[in-house]
Design a protein. Structure first.
Length: 147
């Protein structure tokens, strides 16, 4: 899936920086095993996010935003749940990033405040990883679908 790959590659580059590949895909600037391990770790982060998101709520909030800010869709106001497939990517992203609880006033708060873009999250994780305790069960770890 292109979105999965894009997220994993973006997170991986945040951790290890850009790496050089030969034209046939072999990594040349670091050992392959750690490169693959960090790729797997970034995929694990994405999987945790996918399980943690309340997708139904996200679609509802994105639909509300889409209806409020895209006037050509006002007729969908009463059908927002069934019309969620028509929500644009911008509205989905903004609904996911919205920090306020409850139904946001999308006219007043059109865009989520992006305060964390400059944070070098990988460096922060590396710095505080020493405080990690033994394995604990994460509340979002439980699979949301039968396997």
């Amino acid at each position: 899936m292109p979105n999965r790959k894009a997220v994993v590659e973006s997170l991986r580059q945040d951790v290890i920086g850009p790496q050089h590949h030969y034209s046939f895909g072999e990594i040349t600037t670091m050992p392959v095993d750690p490169y693959e391990a960090i790729t797997d770790a970034m995929a694990a982060i994405l999987e945790r996010i996918a399980v943690a998101v309340d997708w139904k709520r996200l679609l509802v909030e994105a639909s509300w935003r889409h209806i409020e800010l895209h006037p050509d869709h006002k007729e969908e106001r009463l059908q927002y749940q069934s019309e969620a497939a028509n929500v644009c990517g911008e509205c989905l992203a903004e609904a996911l990033l919205q920090e306020n609880v409850g139904a946001p006033d999308w006219k007043r708060e059109r865009d989520a405040e992006m305060r964390h873009q400059a944070v070098d999250w990988a460096a922060v994780v590396a710095q505080v990883l020493q405080h990690r305790r033994g394995a604990i069960e994460h509340q979002y770890r439980t699979p949301h679908r039968a396997r």
